[in-house]
Structure formats: C-alpha cells, structure tokens
Design a protein around this ligand. Structure first.
Ligand code: AMP
Length: 215
C-alpha cells in the first residue's frame, strides 16, 4: 500500500520474483480492459483519466474474479484502495481459506512522487517499468527485454492527474492502512519509499523473510 509513485509496482516486480508469487495489479488489470475498447473499459477510462477511484462494486467484482483465477501465493498491488474493498477482500479470502500474511506500507514525499511519476515509462509488451533518470533502459526509449518495443507513458501520469490521484489516496486509501494495522494476525512492514528502490527492496525482503521464518 502507498501513494502513487511510492514505488509499489517496482517493489512488487522484485518481490514476486523473490517469493515466487503472482503479481495482481488492479491498475494493470483495468488498463488492459481499457485497451480492449470494451464498454466496461470505456467506463473505467472515465474514472482513471480523471485520477478518481473506480467505484467499489466494479473493482470488487473484477478483482474477485482475478484472485479466483490464481491458485498459489499472490502479491496484490493497488487493491484494496477503500475500506469497503478491504472488507470484501477479507470475506473472499476467509471463504477461500487464503488469509493475508503481510501488508507492505510505503510512504513518499509529494515532490518526490511528482518527479518520479513524470519520468515513469513502461514496456507495452512485457509491462516492465523504467524511469528516464532513476532506472533508464540500456537504449533510451526502448525495452531491454522485448526487442524493439518502444516504451510508453501512462495517460494518467500528467501532473494534474497525479495531484488528483494523491487526493483520492489521502481521502479514501489511507484509512485502509489503519484498517490493517488494527488486525492482530497481520504482519505490517513499514518502509520509506523516498529511499532508493534497491535499499527499499532489501528492507522489505528481509522483513518478509523473517515473518516467513516465524510462521
Ligand atoms: P494504479 O496503476 O494502481 O495507479 O491505478 C490507476 C488507476 O486505476 C487509479 O488512479 C484508479 O482510477 C484505478 N484503480 C486502480 N486500482 C483501483 C482500486 N483498487 N480502486 C479504485 N480504483 C482503482
């Protein structure tokens, strides 16, 4: 959990490799639906392009389906973003006997967030994330892995939309962190997302590995 630009996607990519998990990003799932030109995709685009949260009923239905389709361990990224979503997720996970183990909470300062998001790029083929300054590809503008694939920028990564997304985070998503902190059975890992991605992943991996060893 954390505001846009805190580094959730970057850390998720590293953690899924380390712990053999499947990465489920609600934002990626919605962007794929948006790109398919479906009616649902057009409805999602209206919220996403404005930097607003997609309504809970739509989110819960799409994410419940995506979670059901995965058998093994999961890394949820970008979901849940409201307390109502967190409650629906709990219900689904209790029924499926797949409890949450840990929540990683990342913080970051607004000026760092805006700088990071403005330089953010991704490969449209494999989804790998880059940053023009902090994590550049070997050949400027192109993916290191997918021969010749030109990197793209998300349409909601402009400054005005980022500010709106930060507002939505403060108004609706921060409460979810409080919801999880009050839950005794959950391990919470707090990390400073202002730090270099490498430092953050060492800290998170160490903390999660120690919880795993205790379990
Ligand atoms: P992200 O890639 O996680 O930054 O998500 C991009 C956009 O997708 C957000 O600004 C929201 O419009 C929408 N979105 C993603 N996840 C959720 C969620 N759990 N609840 C509501 N809207 C979401």
């Amino acid at each position: 959990m954390g505001p846009p630009g805190a580094g959730k996607g970057t850390q998720a990519e590293r953690l899924v490799k380390k712990f053999g998990l499947k990465h489920l990003s609600s934002g990626d799932i919605f962007r794929a639906e948006k790109a398919s030109d479906s009616e649902l995709g057009a409805a999602l685009a209206r919220y996403m392009d404005a930097g607003e949260l997609v309504p809970d009923d739509v989110v819960v239905e799409m994410m419940a389906k995506a979670i059901t389709e995965v058998d093994g361990g999961l890394m949820l990224d970008g979901f849940p973003r409201t307390v109502a979503q967190a409650e629906a997720l709990d219900k689904q996970l209790v029924e499926a006997d797949r409890p949450l183990d840990a929540v990683v909470v990342m913080t970051a300062d607004d000026d760092i967030i805006v700088k990071r998001i403005a330089g953010r790029r991704a490969c449209p083929i494999c989804g790998r994330g880059y940053h023009v300054t902090f994590m550049p590809p070997k050949r400027e503008g192109y993916c290191d892995d997918c021969d010749g694939a030109e990197l793209t920028q998300r349409s909601d990564d402009c400054e005005a939309t980022v500010r709106q997304r930060l507002e939505a985070y403060r108004a609706q998503t921060e409460a979810v962190i409080g919801y999880y902190r009050s839950c005794d059975s959950l391990s919470i890992v707090d990390v400073d997302g202002n730090l270099d991605a490498e430092v953050v992943s060492v800290e998170v991996i160490e903390a999660l590995a120690s919880f795993e060893a205790q379990a």
